[in-house]
Design a protein around this ligand. Structure first.
Ligand SMILES: [Zn+2]
Length: 95
C-alpha cells in the first residue's frame, strides 16, 4: 500500500497517510480542519533514484559530447559552404 505525504498550507501540519491508489486524496487537514491539504510529490525513494540516474546520464553524455567534439574538430566549418579549398568535400563539390 503506497504512502502519501500531505502538508497543510494553512497550519503547515505534515503527515503521512496510507492509502489505496484508488482512494480519493485527502482534502481536509486533520489538525485545523481546513481544506488546505496538498499532497507532496516526488519525495523519498523516487528522488534518490532520480538523482543517481541524473548523474549517470550527465556523466555519460558529457563524455560522449567530448568525444564527438574531438571527432569533428579537424573538419573546418567552411567545408559546409564549399569554401574550403583543401578538404575532400570541396573537391567533390567543386568543378
Ligand atoms: Zn492544517
Amino acid at each position: 500500500m503506497p504512502t502519501y505525504e500531505y502538508v497543510c498550507e494553512a497550519c503547515q501540519h505534515e503527515f503521512e497517510e496510507f492509502q489505496q491508489i484508488s482512494d480519493a486524496h485527502l482534502r481536509v487537514c486533520p489538525k485545523c480542519r481546513k481544506r488546505k491539504l496538498r499532497r507532496k510529490i516526488g519525495t523519498g525513494a523516487a528522488v534518490l533514484f532520480k538523482g543517481s540516474g541524473f548523474y549517470q546520464t550527465d556523466y555519460r553524455s558529457k563524455e560522449y559530447k567530448e568525444k564527438a567534439k574531438s571527432d569533428s574538430a579537424p573538419t573546418p566549418a567552411a567545408c559546409d559552404a564549399g569554401k574550403c579549398a583543401t578538404c575532400p568535400n570541396a573537391k567533390k563539390n567543386g568543378a
